[in-house]
Design a protein around this ligand. Structure first.
Ligand SMILES: Cc1cc2nc3c(=O)[nH]c(=O)nc-3n(C[C@H](O)[C@H](O)[C@H](O)COP(=O)(O)OP(=O)(O)OC[C@H]3O[C@@H](n4cnc5c(N)ncnc54)[C@H](O)[C@@H]3O)c2cc1C
Length: 466
C-alpha cells in the first residue's frame, strides 16, 4: 500500500520507458519516487510495450551490433530525416549520451539480442531488446521496484497545481479511492504525446483524423501535455507533425502494434482509391522512409491506399498479421479491393512499361528504376507481372505526436518567458519535438525516452535535495 499522504521527492507521471528510466535514475540518486501510471497493470508501459529497438551511437561493433555508428553519422542521419528541424544543442547532447545508454540500460536489467534482418537494415545502428518492448519494460519495472520506487496503476493524473513555473501537487483519480492530492518536490512528466486523442488530432487534420488508426496505447491522450502548456510551459513542435506509418486498414483502432505495419512498399507500388500512384515508392532505404507513408496516405482521398505487388516478392519482407488480398488477374484483384479495374490495369501496365533493366538489391540504393512516368520509382522498380497479384489495404497509423514541452539539457521544462521551471522536468514523447521537428529514423523514440528520462530523474533528484 503506497502512502499517498507523504510528500515524495520525485513524482513521475507515466509508465513507459521515459518514466521508468527517470524513476530508476532518480531513485539511484537517493530520491523517494512515486510513479503514476494511468493504465491498468496489464496495459502498463504505453507505447513502449510495442517497441523492438533503440538507436544509439557507438564507436565499434559490439556483440549485437555489426559495426560502428559514430556520433557524427547519427547527427547526419537526424539532420537528413528532420530536414534540419531539430535543436542542434539538444540533439547532439542526446546523441552523445546515447553511447552510454547502451550499457546503462543493461545495468537496469534489460537484455539485447542480435538484430532482426529482412527489410529492416538496422543491424549496425539499432540494438534490439531481447523479448521486445514488453520484456524491456518488465525488467525496468522489476529494477524500479527492487530499488524501492513506488508504482501505482490505474492512476490517472487529472490535474496539476502549478504556480509561477513551480509544481506543487497532482490530482490523481483511481477507480477505487477516487480523487487524491499527491505532493512532491519535483515533477517528471513522461506521459506520452496526444496521439490517442482523436478530437485533439481533428483540430489540425479535420474529419480525416476519424480514419486514422492509432498504433499504440489508448491512454496517451495528451492531458498532461495540455495542462502543462496551459500553465505556462513553453511549447515546441508543429502539432501536425507526428510519426505515422502505413498500417493495415483492417487493424484495430488502438494498440494494433508492430504486426499491423506494412514493410512491403519498396517491393511494389502504392495506389490510392482512384488506382493512381502518388509517390516514389523507392525514394530511399526503408528505415529512412517508412515513417513518411502514414502522412502520405493521410493526404489521399478517404485516407486509404493499397500496396500492390506480385507473387515473386511475397517472401521478401516481414509478414504482417493480415494476409494479402489476392487475385488471379489485376481485374480480379481490383474487384476485391473495390477499385476501378480499368484504372488499376492502366496504372500497372504503364508502370511495367516504364521499368528499366537493373540489378535488384533492396539493401542498397540499386539501379532498378522507372523512366518516363510520374511519380517515378527511383529504386527497386521491377515489373508486376506474375500472378497471383496481391494487395494490402493501408491507412495512416499514428505512432506518436511531436508537439511537446520545451526543455533544456537538464530535461528541465522552460516556461513561456524563457526561464527554466523551478522543479518540472519532461522526458520521452512529451518532449520529442525538441529533437524531432519532423521526420524520424527508426529507434529514436526510445533514445529520446532513455536519454532524457535518465537525465530528468537525476536532475529531479538533485533538485529535490536542494
Ligand atoms: C507499434 C509501435 C512500435 C514502436 N517501435 C519502436 C521501436 O522499435 N523503437 C523506438 O525507438 N520507438 C518505437 N516506437 C515509439 C516508442 O514507442 C515511443 O517513442 C516510446 O515508447 C515513448 O516512450 P514514453 O515513455 O515517452 O511514452 P509511452 O511509453 O507511451 O508511455 C506514456 C505513459 O504515460 C501514461 N499516461 C498518459 N497519460 C497519463 C495520465 N494522465 N496520468 C498517468 N499516466 C498517463 C500512459 O499510460 C503510458 O504509460 C513504437 C511505437 C509504436 C506504437
Amino acid at each position: 500500500m503506497v502512502d499517498l499522504t507523504r510528500r515524495f521527492d520525485v513524482l513521475v507521471i507515466g509508465g513507459g520507458n521515459a518514466a521508468l528510466c527517470a524513476a530508476i535514475s532518480a531513485r539511484r540518486a537517493g530520491a523517494s519516487v512515486l510513479v503514476l501510471e494511468g493504465a491498468p497493470k496489464f496495459y502498463r508501459g504505453g507505447n513502449t510495450r510495442h517497441t523492438r529497438n533503440m538507436r544509439c551511437a557507438h564507436d565499434a561493433a559490439t556483440e549485437i551490433l555489426t559495426g560502428p555508428y559514430t556520433e557524427e553519422e547519427f547527427w547526419k542521419d537526424l539532420l537528413l530525416v528532420t530536414g534540419g528541424q531539430t535543436d542542434e544543442e539538444l540533439a547532439r547532447f542526446m546523441i552523445h549520451e546515447s553511447k552510454d545508454i547502451l550499457n546503462w540500460i543493461v545495468e537496469q536489467g534489460v537484455r539485447w539480442q542480435p538484430s532482426l534482418g529482412g527489410t529492416l537494415s538496422l543491424g549496425r545502428t539499432n540494438s534490439f531488446f531481447l523479448g521486445g518492448g514488453r520484456a524491456m519494460l518488465n525488467a525496468l519495472y522489476r529494477t524500479a521496484e527492487e530499488l524501492g520506487v513506488d508504482v501505482l496503476y490505474d492512476a490517472e493524473v487529472i490535474d496539476l497545481k502549478i504556480e509561477d513555473g513551480m509544481f506543487l501537487s497532482a490530482a490523481l483519480k483511481q477507480p477505487v479511492g477516487g480523487k487524491t492530492e499527491v505532493r512532491a518536490s519535483t515533477l517528471v512528466a513522461a506521459a506520452g504525446g496526444f496521439e490517442a486523442n482523436i478530437e485533439w488530432l481533428k483540430q489540425y487534420w479535420g474529419e480525416a483524423a476519424d480514419n486514422f488508426l492509432i498504433r499504440g496505447t489508448p491512454y496517451n491522450r495528451g492531458a498532461i501535455l495540455k495542462m502543462l502548456l496551459a500553465k505556462g510551459v513553453q511549447e515546441i513542435g508543429d502539432p501536425t507533425q507526428c510519426h505515422a506509418v502505413a498500417i493495415d486498414a483492417r487493424a484495430p483502432k488502438f494498440d494494433g502494434g508492430i504486426i499491423t505495419r506494412h514493410d512491403s512498399v519498396v517491393f511494389g507500388i502504392v495506389v490510392n482509391k482512384h488506382a493512381e500512384r502518388f509517390y516514389d515508392e523507392g525514394e530511399d532505404i526503408w528505415p529512412k522512409r517508412y515513417a513518411i507513408w502514414g502522412r502520405l496516405v493521410a493526404a489521399q482521398p478517404d485516407q486509404i491506399a493499397y500496396i500492390i505487388f506480385d507473387s515473386t516478392v511475397v517472401t521478401s519482407f516481414m509478414p504482417t498479421l493480415f494476409p494479402p488480398i489476392a487475385g488471379a488477374t489485376i481485374a480480379e484483384l481490383a474487384g476485391k479491393l473495390e477499385l476501378d479495374a480499368g484504372a488499376l490495369e492502366k496504372t500497372i501496365t504503364e508502370f511495367n512499361a516504364a521499368v528499366q533493366p537493373g540489378t535488384f538489391d533492396h539493401t542498397i540504393l540499386d539501379d532498378c528504376a522507372t523512366q518516363g512516368i510520374t511519380p517515378p520509382k527511383t529504386h527497386w522498380a521491377r515489373k508486376i507481372d506474375t500472378p497471383p497479384y496481391l494487395a494490402y489495404p493501408v491507412r495512416p497509423g499514428i505512432t506518436f505526436t511531436y508537439l511537446g514541452t520545451r526543455v533544456n539539457r537538464e530535461a528541465r521544462m522552460l516556461m513561456k518567458d524563457g526561464k527554466p521551471s523551478a522543479n518540472m522536468f519532461a522526458a520521452g514523447e512529451i518532449m520529442a519535438g525538441n529533437v524531432l521537428g519532423k521526420g524520424y529514423a527508426a529507434g529514436m523514440g526510445m533514445t529520446i525516452g532513455s536519454v532524457f528520462g535518465r537525465v530528468a530523474g537525476r536532475e529531479a533528484a538533485k533538485n529535490a535535495r536542494n
